[in-house]
Ligand binder design. Sequence first.
Ligand code: 13P
Ligand code: SF4
Length: 330
Amino acid sequence: MADEERVDAEAREDALRARMQELKEARDAVVLAHYYVAPEVQAVADYVGDSFYLAKLAKTLPQRTIVLCGVGFMGESAKLLNPEKTVLLPEPAADCPMAHMVQKRTVDDARARYGEDLAVVCYVNSTIEIKSWSDVCVTSSNAVKICAELPQHNLLFIPDQNLGRYVAEQLPQKHVILNKGYCPRHQVISAAQVVDAEEEHPDALVLAHPECTADVLAEADYIGSTAGIIAYAEQSEAREFIIVTVRGVLHELERRCAGQGKRFYFPAPQPTCINMDMVTMEKLVRCLETGAGEVRIAVDESAAERAQRALDRMLAYAARSVERDCHGTE
Ligand code: 13P
Ligand code: SF4
């Protein structure tokens, strides 16, 4: 970018921040964004993170209104965890296809077959209704740890088969039953695309999200959530990385690794999430102006309670394992 253009862009960003600050104060609002949304939205958000961080954080914020720059299930999780607050989605039509990819029959059949020795483990990338069929939620950053701690031997993992398979590989002591859901954005990344990127950048480490298929994960030097990938790259001594997830993470990678001279590459074509891309700066400002895009819980009270319990259990398990990690007690 030429110097003049940079000055113009910075001036525009400053004006926008000032406008947003006014609107946020008027509404007593806080803006949260996922690492996959557009860089300009991440740049103006108060907090940016992965799905787990956003869910956990939403419960601790003092503001009356939470604006969630992400897809539908993220807004629903924030609302479930904070029923008394107003949760706004700048683009309510931004949905996650995987969030719907399991049928009730799959859950009922597994419960009938394994009874008490079954836990239904639900990736947070799921609708409230699906969460309400489940015993505990997980995210890509805590799925292995939480599944390891569950007392049940049999785990039905819904909806993502790729994260479920990854969990099963890490926990051979458990019997993990897979469901056929998948993230369409990660599913289409092929091992051949990753190998091509490795051939082009032979010194680069491959960092991949567990929503990728098994043959892609077989190429990876590190597998983790978006937050895990970013933290790994920041702390690594390596200089080059092939990032195998949605390209939105580049904004935070560059911000956190600024001055380290690190280089980031993606498999070609660069993975994008059309759903996350629907969340734009204009829509964020409009929702702060008008209050449009309010999340409503579209299930009955008892289903909402069960879904909330599954999310709360995730937070409780995660808090326990963080405590153990910090204090070294087993
Ligand atoms: P997380 O790393 O936040 O789990 O991202 C995965 C994802 O697909 C969010 O939609
Ligand atoms: Fe859903 Fe995949 Fe997009 Fe995440 S990246 S929101 S899982 S479609």
